[in-house]
Design a protein around this ligand. Structure first.
Ligand code: SAM
Length: 281
């Protein structure tokens, strides 16, 4: 029988402190140690919750060393709650290495779900694609960023990026140039906070929208880009597409696709893909 403690991976709010879960409060309260990316930052959260659990630092520069020490504590039966500055640890944040060390040491790892900026933005995007690709931060250098975007050009899944405010205009421009100006984009800024903004537009219009008002370039950003149009949808002739559009205005998607295929003779799969694209615009 193992007497080791448990490592809890705890998601915390991305802005609005009321987004903490009840379970996260329980675990932060009862854990022996809270391992935090920035102890000062997390001290505010714990103080807000009235929690006095001991905090230790675990960030990208000491993750291995601090991780080893915490594994020793876990082995001795202590329980540890891992948090990052905001959202879910390990998602564009430290944590993965420590979790791996814990796994190798045979420690039980328990994840506590909660806020994640990417998923929060996706939930309000209304993009119909059934898949998404979480990319996180693009490279800071322009040429590297363009190269990275090029590898994503044909990706059909919705693309999910994190971006820093001082690079958001540049990135939006590069995305339009490399992925195509006509794709839909969602700019999700300051999610859950006072100045939360969700703006949907064509990729080609994003940079000018951001530049129209300096405030639009402030804060934290998730950028979502609709996936590449399916090669099938390009095969549909204008008349079949027109029939499909008319039917989609009146009928549920599946019925509209079936009828449009019966009337026009176009392939059902291709019409279905086009219908999903039209619905997401
Ligand atoms: N672990 C976090 C998560 O689960 O979303 C992400 C941490 S990453 C270091 C920080 C980036 O996430 C920000 O630069 C921004 O791109 C995005 N982000 C975090 N909070 C956000 C918010 N409230 N609104 C929009 N984007 C946010």
């Amino acid at each position: 029988m193992s007497h080791s403690g448990t490592l809890y991976v705890v998601a915390t709010p991305i802005g609005n402190l009321r987004d903490i879960t009840l379970r996260a409060v329980d675990v932060l309260q009862t854990a022996d140690i809270v391992a935090a990316e920035d102890t000062r930052h997390s001290a505010h959260l714990l103080a807000h919750l009235g929690i006095k659990t001991k905090l230790v630092a675990l960030h990208e520069h000491n993750e291995h060393r601090a991780g080893e020490k915490l594994i020793a504590e876990l082995r001795a039966g202590k329980s540890v709650a891992l948090v990052s500055d905001a959202g879910t640890p390990g998602i564009s944040d430290p944590g993965a290495l420590f979790v791996q060390l814990a796994r190798e040491a045979g420690i039980t790892v328990v994840p506590l779900p909660g806020a994640c900026a990417a998923v929060t933005a996706l939930s309000a995007a209304g993009f119909a694609a059934p898949h998404f690709l979480f990319y996180g931060f693009l490279p800071a250098s322009g040429s590297q960023r363009k190269k990275a975007l090029e590898t994503l050009r044909d990706q059909a899944a919705t693309l999910v990026f994190y971006e820093a405010p001082h690079r958001v205009v540049e990135s939006a421009r590069d995305m339009a140039a490399m992925l195509g100006e006509n794709r839909a984009m969602l700019i999700a800024r300051e999610l859950t906070k006072t100045f939360e903004t969700l703006h949907r537009c064509a990729l080609g219009e994003a940079a000018s929208w951001l530049l129209e008002d300096d405030n639009r370039q402030r804060g934290e950003f998730v950028l979502l880009v609709e996936g590449a149009p399916s090669p099938d949808s390009a095969e549909i002739d204008e008349n079949s597409a027109r029939i499909l559009k008319l039917l989609l205005d009146e009928l549920p998607l599946k019925q509209a696709v079936k009828l449009a295929s019966d009337i026009s003779g176009a392939k059902k799969n291709a019409l279905y893909d086009l219908a999903l694209e039209l619905k997401s615009l």
